[in-house]
Design a protein. Structure first.
Ligand code: NAP
Length: 298
């Protein structure tokens, strides 16, 4: 199959004795698009690899991580609720995983487990692909959870200023305190409230939604406060990808701003993991197509 052909994400890979195995650990893992996305990518490049969902209960994480090594897997992705809990269970962390405080990709090298985080790189690739070059920008990030930490890590290396506003302001302040020494951008924190949002919005070139507000099935919700006008010159990047257009994205577009959903981040965090495991450039178009087919079915 060429990169431009649409793969069928439900095709079962042929697994042979020498097939390489990677997978996804999480609890639950049933709704993840990662298995069809990666399997379509392996098939497109003719790689004898397969990606399997691995439901791991939180209390079984330590055994599961040893199992990854013991069973000869090449690596795994990790999702909720294991990303933070993996930190002390690996042999080495990349600077991204250490600073963000979460591991979403394990790489097995010579029996050693390397913990990495591809959310930050995935976000940055997706943002540039969406047509927004973040170098020197003033960014406003809504939310201070795990995804926001990856976003602030990524933007902190290239933006001039990053303001983090959160429903629980303490968490935003903790994030900024944690990151301030580690990234060159100037960081600020505050509550996700009208006056503060209004002031931060007036200076922002980029608005990132790193909260789940607006995600299916709560599609009518938005983290943006109605009384605050969306800055028309800013670009809106919503990490949510279901629905494909969130209420926040509509607000941004109505104000004349550009907007992107989080599908690109999902694909590119997967692409970076794929490249770390296989050493091959990821077939990004194939991965997009696989995700789109799965999401259309939902
Ligand atoms: P998380 O660690 O649970 O953090 C959630 C954040 O959202 C917190 O800051 C929380 O504020 C805030 N929040 C939750 N409900 C809120 C509400 N009703 N009003 C205002 N703020 C609210 O979650 P996460 O892992 O960071 O994920 C955040 C979002 O990013 C999710 O939608 C997730 O699917 C998405 N995501 C997308 C990708 C991608 O590849 N596109 C990757 C990672 C995550 P408090 O601190 O006050 O609780």
């Amino acid at each position: 199959m060429t990169e431009n052909e649409t793969p069928s994400p439900l095709r079962v890979p042929v697994i042979l004795a020498h097939s390489r195995v990677v997978g996804l650990i999480g609890w639950p893992v049933e709704h993840s698009v990662s298995p069809p996305m990666h399997n379509a990518a392996f098939e497109a490049l003719g790689l004898d690899w397969c990606y399997v969902p691995l439901p791991v209960r939180p209390r079984r994480l330590r055994e599961a991580v040893e199992g990854v090594r013991a069973l000869g897997l090449c690596g795994v992705n990790a999702t909720v609720p294991h990303k933070q809990a993996l930190l002390p269970l690996v042999d080495e962390l990349t600077p991204a995983a250490e600073t963000i405080g979460a591991v979403n990709t394990l790489i097995v090298e010579e029996d050693e487990l390397l913990g990495h985080n591809t959310d930050a790189g995935g976000f940055m690739r997706a943002l540039r692909e969406a047509g927004f070059p973040p170098d020197g920008c003033t960014a406003l990030v809504l939310g201070a959870g795990g995804a926001a930490r990856a976003v602030v890590y990524a933007l902190g290396g290239v933006a001039e200023r990053v303001t983090v506003l959160n429903r629980t302001p303490r968490r935003a302040h903790d994030l900024v305190e944690d990151f301030q020494r580690r990234v060159p951008a100037h960081l600020a924190a505050g509550p996700l409230e009208g006056g503060v949002l209004s002031e931060a919005a007036s200076e922002a070139d980029l608005v990132v939604n790193a909260t789940p507000v607006g995600m299916w099935p709560e599609e009518d919700a938005s983290p943006w406060l109605e009384e605050v006008p969306f800055p028309p010159g800013a670009f809106c990047f919503d990490l949510i990808y279901n629905p494909r257009e969130t209420r926040l994205m509509r607000t941004a577009r109505t104000a004349g701003a550009g907007a992107s959903n989080g599908l690109g981040m999902l694909v590119h965090q997967g692409a970076e993991a794929f490249e770390r495991w296989t050493g091959r450039e990821a077939p990004v178009k194939v991965m997009y197509a696989a995700c789109e087919q799965v999401l259309e079915r939902e």
